[in-house]
Design a protein around this ligand. Structure first.
Ligand code: CP3
Length: 346
């Protein structure tokens, strides 16, 4: 009988002596080897859709830091691309997404092209699986429908996404239609990743914290619950991490109603509170070192890492950052925190 990998075991609710770890945005511009591969591409999406290169950058951080998880290299904005909306990443500017805020544009989104347009991502998953260290777990991912809708309604990055929030208020039926389409596309896309070899899934709802409690229930919790139900039905052994950034007091209903295996925790939330939001003894938590501490204060990052690990008690958990690494993150800091977590025992 093969022993379960440590990250999978933790996600399924088994608290081992060592706490497994990986980091959001662990691949990326803070690594010189990433920048070299990136410079050899025509653009960021070209990197996402070139399986050999995407597989290479997926594996790069594990060679340096020996995380327990490799996160597939792709982006949450490949879903609008798969549905037929234009997506581009302008150098130094971030994403530019075709705005889909009319009935015509929303009705024109085409679920039938998701698998074909995103087929290179499945190929990346297969390539990563061939070279993944045997103790490591490959994590697939997608954005939460609300967060992807934020970019599709506003067209670019922002801090408030007022265009998306206003659309949800003024056009609730069209918003529901957009969210439903994104939910279906996401289920299809995640099933494709799992069939290709992804062993766990994370749903990134980075802008969940912009919503009122009622809107949160409608646009974050309900679609996530649908995704979890659908994946549990088709792939019952694949654990799902739900990361609803900024959920705050909505974390408990989110954990309860979505039924995610693991609750992603941002750095604004204490692990104690997240542990209190678990709905059954097998539900687990993941988090939550401040990525800015990781970037700018190694000693404090180490102290905080220890405090987080201690706060877990004997609960099943995964160590991570509370949001993605920033490009300024020094490699030595990631090394120090990784070694600390790897050596720490309950
Ligand atoms: O290492 C990993 O975590 C895997 C790959 C990954 C990327 N994006 C690569 C990326 C993952 C999981 C994401 C998720 C993602 N993408 C989110 C959710 C998580 C979060 O950070 O909140 C969001 C909101 C996006 C959308 C997105 N992609 C934006 C807003 C930007 C521009 C901002 C920036 O950091 O440049 C991206 C680009 C992006 N995605 C880069 C990387 C490595 C940088 C692009 C480059 O190399 O030129």
């Amino acid at each position: 009988m093969s022993k379960e990998k440590i990250l999978i075991a933790a996600l399924k609710g088994i608290a081992g002596e060592r706490v497994p770890f990986w980091f959001m945005r662990q691949a990326g511009r803070y690594l010189p080897e990433y920048k070299r591969v990136r410079a050899s591409t025509k653009g960021f999406l070209d990197l996402c859709f070139t399986p050999e290169k995407a597989a290479e950058v997926t594996l790069q951080p594990l060679r340096r830091f020996h995380m327990d998880g490799a996160i597939l290299f792709s982006d949450i904005l490949v879903i609008p691309h798969g549905l037929g909306a234009n997506v581009a990443f302008a150098e130094g500017e971030g994403p530019i997404v075709e705005v889909c805020d009319t009935r015509e544009k929303i009705m024109a989104l085409d679920l039938s092209t998701v698998r074909t347009k995103l087929a290179p991502v499945a190929e990346t998953v297969r390539l990563v699986k061939e070279s993944l260290p045997e103790e490591a777990t490959l994590i697939g991912f997608a954005g939460g429908p609300w967060t992807v809708a934020c970019y599709m309604l506003q067209g670019r990055s922002g801090k408030e996404f007022a265009a998306a929030r206003a659309f949800a208020i003024r056009e609730p039926r069209l918003m529901q239609r957009l969210i439903d389409t994104l939910t279906e596309a996401t289920i299809d896309y995640l099933r494709m990743q799992i069939d290709a070899g992804a062993e766990a899934i994370q749903i990134f709802d980075s802008w969940a914290g912009l919503l009122t409690p009622d809107q949160f229930a409608l646009w974050v919790t309900a679609p996530t619950q649908k995704i979890v139900e659908a994946l549990n039905k088709s792939h019952p052994h694949i654990p799902i991490i739900g990361f609803a950034k900024g959920a705050a007091l909505q974390l408990k209903p989110y954990a309860q109603q979505t039924g995610v295996n693991c609750i992603g925790v941002d750095q604004q939330t204490s692990m104690e509170f997240a542990l209190h939001c678990r709905t059954n003894p097998l539900q687990t938590v993941q988090g939550n070192l401040d990525p800015l501490l990781m970037a700018f204060d190694r000693d404090e990052a180490l102290r905080q890492t220890e405090a987080i690990l201690k706060s877990l008690g004997n609960m099943p958990a995964v160590f991570n950052v509370g949001h993605g690494f920033i490009p300024e993150t020094p490699i030595e800091n990631v090394e120090a925190v990784s070694e600390f977590v790897r050596a720490w025992r309950r």
